[in-house]
Design a protein around this ligand. Structure first.
Ligand code: ZN
Length: 51
């Protein structure tokens, strides 16, 4: 089993795409903000960390 991916801040990416249910991978990880992208349909999910 593949280990869940984590962002710089330690956020574990384990969710799936709302549209197609495919795995979401980390596209951009800049610490305070990261962009997750569906590996199948390309839908992007943005996350921001508040300090
Ligand atoms: Zn998708």
């Amino acid at each position: 089993m593949e280990r869940p991916k984590k962002t710089v801040r330690g956020f574990t990416v384990s969710r799936r795409c709302d549209d197609c249910g495919a795995k979401i991978t980390i596209a951009i990880d800049e610490g305070d903000k990261c962009t997750l992208k569906c590996s199948q349909c390309g839908k992007e999910y943005r996350f921001y960390y508040k300090s």
